[in-house]
Design a protein around this ligand. Sequence first.
Ligand code: GLY
Length: 329
Amino acid sequence: MQRRKFIKNSALGVTGIVSSSILASSEEKNILPVSVIKSIKPMVVCTWHFQNATSKAWEVLNNGGNALDAVEQGVMVEEADPTNETVGLGGRPDRDGHVTLDACIMNHEGKCGSVVALQNIVHAISVARKVMETTPHVMLAGLGAEQFAYESGFKKTYLLTESTKKQYDEWKKTSLYEPVINIENHDTIGMLAMDENGDIAGACTSSGLAYKMAGRVGDSPIIGSGLFIDNEIGGCVATGLGEEVVKTVGSFLVVELMRQGKTPQEACEEAINRIVNKPNSDYKNFQVGYIALNKQGVTGAYAIHQYFSMTKNQDGTNEQIASDYFNKI
Ligand code: GLY
């Protein structure tokens, strides 16, 4: 498809609300009508306050890049930041002292790639993309994923930093194994972007639960749980206690609810309700948050507890949006 020039600072750049009937009437599959394309304004959203990541993703979109490149390069900023102790380099280790990374990526064609419990590689998201683009598979795990990364040209990097090593040594004194709500007020970075063609892609990357059991895998590399994209409908990413997201296949659920006509906000709220309304749900002791973006550029965010937020960048400026939440008692 011929790339349309991104309309910057013009009246046509204002986000349009595009009815699904207009989208459905597009004669060429995956090509939006010109009237719709003119109203599309590229945008990116991510979980929490990772503004450097959304700025990077915005830069990619603003230069005419596609949504897949935007989300990959966006979350790579956090993977490379040793002060972010829940993602990539400097992520907190499992209870045996190993930093193991989970990540997945999904494009507008429904193609996806994922790595599970990957060690010694900073950019798990890029390895996930390589899995998607260069193998017949969707997921690679553990030593196989690490071997594949080296064969693909990634370099070996020791991911435990002085700071996380010190915290780990302190943790070992009690070895208390329990989830912490809103650890440092952030955890997984999940990102959704829509490019100038109206295509949506997403990425999700995390070092997972701090001091987890060796081999524990959360929601972040599981397509449908940590992330799901359906380019006809929209996308969703999750953050928080992965086990609870996996039990409800949260991101897929949000996208399917949007397909049924719910707004991104309503869909995120319904997905959180599914978790907290389970019999004997222990929701007071864990956090889960969702952000969603639909094909019309409408976003939503909802969490179990306060202090979850979403960062949005649609015109070069980051907007920090506090998420509504369930537990108001
Ligand atoms: N959401 C990250 C994890 O539970 O591993």
